[in-house]
Design a protein around this ligand. Structure first.
Ligand code: SF4
Length: 367
């Protein structure tokens, strides 16, 4: 990594990047429901909500969720006044559910600690749940016009290419952040941040950057060296470990499905699930697993596996299905307090994560 003086020298060929990128943004920017026209005051609530939703998720996926949330809760005070269960239900399908819990807690802290107004300073934003350095910088620049530099994977890619940074990620993160900061303009920092996001999403894409239509082509070192598509380099990640288990889809003769609320802490905390065995590296032996089924019944294995990838592991679930009479008693280990029978037609409104929707669909597909 270079010194500040070296970085400044490095930056000279890039002096026009902010101007060229802002001109391009004024012509080509994406029209998104949380976007504001240049000069129009931004609502920090909508900026914050969009940035939290966009973490690890594509714009296309986020748009309907953003519209649903802003219709149900038009302000941070409305969201704070709601209950967590409603927020989790509305979030179901968007993944990374700790974001939804933090979203709700954060809305209450904004109301309780900041009088219902998001604080403009990055340091104060960072004190709120679910807001890390990237999101704090994005809100400070987009909602409040501060000279802050959000740096996510898209922006790392653009910067790595502009400066032809050969050091591999993740080691290169600090260098890429420092270089990104040298480019952020004093004025229109929020527009500039969104312009960089748009460029990374639509032109400077991971596999095939469209350098011929890029407004930064002249300043781009990776393009002039012919290595744009190869950057940024990355240290190969080790393969994700695999966990395995058996999930139980119990359907009552009236057509209700047995759901259970997950524990208050840990993965998918407080979301709904169908009961399952613990998840370990080996698939449980069927006979042993069935002794832990939530209801005494004739359980049938459904052919095939449900596979789901989490951030840190891949999960493979076998699914067993049973049709049980309304009088069926839950077994001791099903944990009665957290279980309930839900009509199939109502499953759509439940706070079921994508994994559990896949398990239920698989379990019911051939019934
Ligand atoms: Fe990315 Fe190509 Fe533009 Fe360089 S010229 S910033 S590699 S799209």
């Amino acid at each position: 990594m270079g010194t500040v003086a070296e970085l400044q020298r490095t930056c000279e060929p890039h002096a026009n990047v902010p101007r060229d990128l802002l001109e391009w943004y004024d012509r080509e920017r994406r029209d998104l429901p949380w976007r504001y026209a240049p000069g129009e005051p931004a609502d920090p609530y909508r900026v914050w909500l969009s940035e939290i939703m966009l973490q690890q998720t594509t714009v296309k996926t986020v748009i309907p969720f953003f519209l649903k949330f802003t219709e149900a809760w038009p302000s941070v005070a409305d969201l704070a006044a709601s209950d967590e269960e409603s927020v989790l239900q509305a979030w179901a399908g968007l993944g990374y559910y700790s974001r939804a819990r933090n979203l709700h807690t954060c809305s209450r802290q904004v109301v309780d600690n900041f009088g219902g107004n998001f604080p403009p300073r990055e340091a104060d934003l960072l004190s709120l749940p679910g807001i890390g350095p990237y999101t704090a910088a994005a809100i400070a620049s987009i909602a409040f016009g501060a000279r802050a530099t959000p740096v996510d994977g898209n922006i790392e890619r653009v910067v790595a290419r502009l400066f032809a940074v050969r050091e591999a990620l993740p080691n290169a993160k600090r260098q890429l952040r420092d270089l990104a900061e040298t480019l952020t303009p004093e004025r229109r920092a929020g527009d500039y941040a969104q312009a960089t996001m748009d460029l990374g999403a639509t032109v400077c894409t991971p596999k095939r950057p469209s350098c011929l239509v890029c407004p930064l082509q002249e300043a781009c070192e990776a393009h002039s060296l012919g290595i744009a598509a190869q950057l940024p380099y990355r240290v190969a990640k080790p393969a994700k470990p695999v966990r395995r288990g058996i999930a139980f889809v119990a359907v009552s003769e009236e057509g209700k499905v047995l759901l259970r609320r997950r524990p208050d802490v840990g993965l998918l905390a407080r979301m709904q699930e169908v009961p399952s065995t613990d998840w370990h590296d080996k698939m449980p032996v069927a006979g042993e697993a069935l002794r832990n089924a939530p209801v005494r019944a004739d359980w049938w294995p459904v052919p095939g596996l449900v596979v789901h990838t989490f951030t840190h592991f891949r999960l493979e679930l076998e699914v067993y299905r049973a049709v049980v009479p309304p009088s069926a008693e839950l077994t001791f280990w099903a944990d009665h307090a957290r279980c309930r029978w839900v009509p199939r037609a109502d499953l759509v409104g439940e706070a079921l994560p994508t994994l559990m929707r896949k398990v239920i669909a698989h379990g019911l597909a051939q019934s």
